[in-house]
Design a protein around this ligand. Structure first.
Ligand code: ADP
Ligand code: MG
Length: 615
C-alpha cells in the first residue's frame, strides 16, 4: 500500500501551536487513543501498568501503517492528516500536528507493531529516547499496537514530578472517558494491572454514558436536541435533583472532540438557573457539531481548547436548547418555555450578532425549597439538636463510650501548657470567652489574649477524634431507621471499597458496596443523614486528589477529609457554653495549635503587644 505520511514543510510546521504534549501518562493515553480513532479502528484496547508509569499500551484494529510510514511516524511534524496551512482550518481528524509519537519516543521506550489489512506481514520498531534500535518484520494482526514503557526514564525531574498512582490513574481514566464518550460507535476496553476496569461495547451515546457511569445514571439523563444552521446539538443534561457538590461529569464535545470551554459551561449553567441547590453543579454530556471551518483547534498543543467563530450565538443556542429540554421533560413543570423563533429560521451567523433568546419561566419556582431547608438544618449545628453544646464535642462525646471520654481527659491533663494558659483557673468552669464576627473565639489568658479560629479549631478536634476511632476501632455509630441508598459511579464505589475498613471504624456501616450501589445502615454520630452523601463525595474527591506523601496514611486522609467537611463553619453563632466547650476540646487535643493541614488554629496577643499599640 502507498505510503501516506509526509513531513510538513517548515512554514506549516511553524504555524502549529508549540508546546509540550507529553506532561504525564494521561497525555500519552490521549494521543495514542486519538491515533487509533484516526486510523478508523472499531476496537481499541488500552492496557496500563502502575498508573502508566511502567506501561501504556494501545492496541487497535485500524488501518495500520506501511513499513516506511511506521518509521516516519516518529519524526517530528510527520503526519498523514494535513498537507498545507489551509488544512489547519478544516480539520476532520483528532491529530494533525505530527508530533505526538515523536515527543513520546523522546522520553520513553517505545515498541510499535503495525500491519495493514492487505499485507501478509507487519513491521515492528523499537525506539528509545528518539533512537531507533531496530525495525523488523513481525507477525501481528491487522492494526497497530503502541507500547510505551518507562515514561520519562531519561527525564528524572519529570518522573519525580508525577503524582501518586491514584492521581495519575484518575487522569488516565478521565482521558479514557473523554475519548470513549466522544466515540460511542467504537468498542473500548481498559485494563489496569490486569484488572479490566472498563469494557464498552459499541453503542449509542446514552448507553455509552450508562456503561461508563453506571446503570443508575440512566434515569438522571434528559435528552437535549437542537439543530440550527450553525450548530447541531445533541446529548444529555443531568436532572437538576441529581446535581452534585463536586464538579465532575461535565463534557462538551465539538465534532467528536472533548473540549474545555468555560464560556459554554456558563451557558449550560445559566440554563439551570433556579433549578439547582446551592453550590451543586449540573452534569452534562453535550455534543456540538459545527462546520470544521468555523473553529480553530490549533490554539493549544493538547487540542482541548478551541476557538469558535461565533461563540455568542452558540452560547445563546446552547442555553435555550438546554432550558427547553429541562422544561419539556417535566423537570420543572412550572417552566413556561417560549421557544425563540430565531432558532428555527436559518440565519447567516457570519454577520449577525447574538440574539439572546427570550426564555420565560417561573423564576420563583424552586423544586428544592423543601429539601434545601432540611439540608441546612441538619448540616449546621442548630440549637434544637438534642445535645446543644455537646454537638461540638461530636466523636469525643460520652454517649456510653467511656474510653473516649477518658482519652480526652488524659490528653488534657498530660498537656503541660494548656492549663497554665488560662490564668491558673480551672479551665472547665470559669472560662470567659467572647465570639467575634461569628468566626473567632476570644479568650483572656494569663499572658494576654487568645484568638481561636472556630472552624479550624473544630477541624483539629474532629480530626483527632476520627483518627482515634479508626486506630482504637471503637466508633460510635448511629443506626438508621431505613437503609440509606446513595448514588455513586463505579469508580467512586471502588474508591470507597478501598477505604471501607477505616470508614467502618469511624462509624459508617455499609449493607451494600459494590458496582454502583452504596447502601448504609449506620453512620458516625457526627454526621447527619442529609450530609452523608456530600461528606462521602468530598472524601472521594480528596482521595483522588491526594498528593503522594508517604507519611499520610489513608486513615489520616479520611480523618482529615471528614473533619474538614463536618467542622462548624465561620459565620456560625455559638453560645457561650459551645464556645467554652470548643476551647476545652481544642486544648484537650494532642496538637491543639495547628489544623490537620498545618495552619494555625489560634494566635496569641500578649499584653506587651497590646501595650505597644497604645504607645
Ligand atoms: P498526528 O496524529 O498528529 O498525525 P502522530 O505523531 O500522533 O501525529 O502520528 C504520526 C502519524 O503516524 C499519523 O499521522 C498516522 O499517519 C500514523 N499513525 C500513528 N498512530 C497510528 C495508528 N494507531 N494507526 C495507523 N497510523 C498511525
Ligand atoms: Mg496523533
Amino acid at each position: 500500500m502507498a505510503d501516506i505520511i509526509q513531513l510538513l514543510p517548515d512554514h506549516v510546521a511553524n504555524q502549529i501551536a508549540a508546546g509540550e504534549v507529553v506532561q504525564r501518562p494521561a497525555s500519552v493515553v490521549k494521543e495514542l487513543l486519538e491515533n487509533a480513532i484516526d486510523a478508523d479502528a472499531s476496537l481499541v484496547k488500552l492496557i496500563i501498568k502502575d498508573a502508566g508509569k511502567t506501561l501504556i499500551q494501545v492496541i487497535d484494529n485500524g488501518k495500520g501503517m506501511s513499513n516506511t510510514d511506521a518509521r516516519l511516524s516518529f519524526e517530528r511534524h510527520a503526519t498523514s492528516k494535513i498537507r498545507s496551512a489551509d488544512d489547519l482550518f478544516n480539520i476532520h481528524s483528532k491529530g494533525f500536528r505530527g508530533e505526538a509519537l515523536a515527543s513520546i519516543a523522546a522520553v520513553a521506550h517505545v515498541a510499535l507493531k503495525s500491519k495493514q489489512d492487505q499485507e501478509e506481514i507487519g513491521t515492528e520498531i523499537k525506539i528509545e529516547g528518539s533512537e531507533v534500535l531496530s525495525q523488523e518484520v513481525v507477525a501481528t494482526p491487522k492494526g497497530t499496537s503502541v507500547a510505551v514503557k518507562n515514561l520519562f526514564y531519561n527525564v528524572p525531574a519529570r518522573r519525580n514530578f508525577l503524582k501518586s498512582n491514584n492521581v495519575e490513574l484518575r487522569h488516565i481514566i478521565d482521558e479514557f472517558h473523554r475519548v470513549a464518550l466522544a466515540h460511542p460507535n467504537i468498542s473500548f476496553s481498559m485494563f489496569h494491572n490486569t484488572a479490566e476496569l472498563f469494557n464498552l461495547p459499541e453503542s449509542n451515546v446514552r448507553q455509552r454514558i450508562v456503561n461508563i457511569f453506571g446503570p443508575k445514571t440512566n434515569e438522571k439523563l434528559v435528552p437535549v436536541e437542537e439543530q440550527t444552521e450553525i450548530v447541531k446539538i445533541s446529548g444529555f443534561v443531568g436532572k437538576p435533583e441529581f446535581a452534585r457538590k463536586t464538579r465532575g461529569e461535565q463534557f462538551f464535545f465539538v465534532n467528536n472532540r472533548f473540549i474545555k470551554n468555560s464560556y459554554l459551561n456558563h451557558s449550560v449553567n445559566s440554563a439551570f438557573e433556579g433549578l439547582l441547590r446551592e453550590r451543586t453543579h449540573a452534569s452534562y454530556f453535550l455534543y456540538l457539531e459545527v462546520d470544521a471551518k468555523s473553529i480553530d483547534i490549533n490554539i493549544h498543543p493538547t487540542k482541548t481548547e478551541i476557538k469558535f467563530e461565533d461563540e455568542h450565538t452558540l452560547y445563546a443556542i446552547l442555553r435555550a436548547a438546554t432550558r427547553h429540554s429541562l422544561g419539556q421533560f417535566s423537570i420543572a413543570p412550572v417552566l413556561d418555555f417560549e421557544r425563540d423563533s430565531n432558532l428555527d429560521t436559518p440565519y447567516n451567523y457570519k454577520d449577525k450578532t447574538a440574539n439572546i433568546p427570550n426564555v420565560e419561566f417561573d423564576k420563583a419556582f424552586n423544586p428544592f425549597q423543601e429539601e434545601m431547608g432540611k439540608a441546612k438544618g441538619a448540616i449546621s449545628y442548630k440549637k434544637e439538636q438534642s445535645a446543644g453544646w455537646e454537638s461540638l464535642y461530636v466523636g469525643l462525646e460520652s454517649k456510653g463510650n467511656k474510653t473516649q471520654q477518658e482519652f480526652s481527659q488524659v490528653q488534657f491533663e498530660s498537656d503541660p501548657q494548656s492549663p497554665s494558659m488560662f490564668d491558673g483557673k480551672d479551665t472547665n468552669s470559669q472560662l470567659k470567652t467572647f465570639q467575634l464576627h461569628n468566626k473567632y473565639i476570644v479568650n483572656a489568658i494569663k499572658m494576654g489574649m487568645l484568638v481561636i479560629d472556630q472552624h479550624r479549631a473544630h477541624q483539629r478536634i474532629l480530626y483527632e477524634s476520627f483518627l482515634q476511632s479508626i486506630t482504637i476501632e471503637e466508633a460510635v455509630s448511629q443506626q438508621l431507621l431505613f437503609p440509606l441508598s446513595l448514588n455513586f459511579s463505579t469508580i467512586e464505589v471502588a474508591v470507597l471499597q478501598g477505604l471501607k475498613l477505616q470508614l467502618e471504624q469511624t462509624g459508617f456501616m455499609f449493607s451494600k458496596l459494590d458496582h454502583d450501589e452504596v447502601e448504609l445502615t449506620g453512620i458516625p454520630v457526627s454526621v447527619s443523614e442529609v450530609s452523608v452523601s456530600i461528606v462521602l463525595e468530598r472524601l472521594i474527591n480528596d482521595v483522588e486528589n491526594q498528593v503522594p506523601d508517604s507519611h499520610f496514611s489513608q486513615s489520616d486522609l479520611i480523618s482529615k477529609s471528614l473533619a474538614k467537611s463536618l467542622a462548624i463553619k465561620s459565620g456560625q453563632k455559638l453560645t457561650s457554653a459551645e464556645q467554652e466547650h470548643l476551647v476545652n476540646s481544642l486544648f484537650a487535643c494532642k496538637e491543639p495549635s495547628i489544623t490537620p493541614s498545618n495552619t494555625p488554629t489560634f494566635i496569641t496577643l500578649s499584653s506587651d503587644d497590646l501595650d505597644k499599640k497604645f504607645k
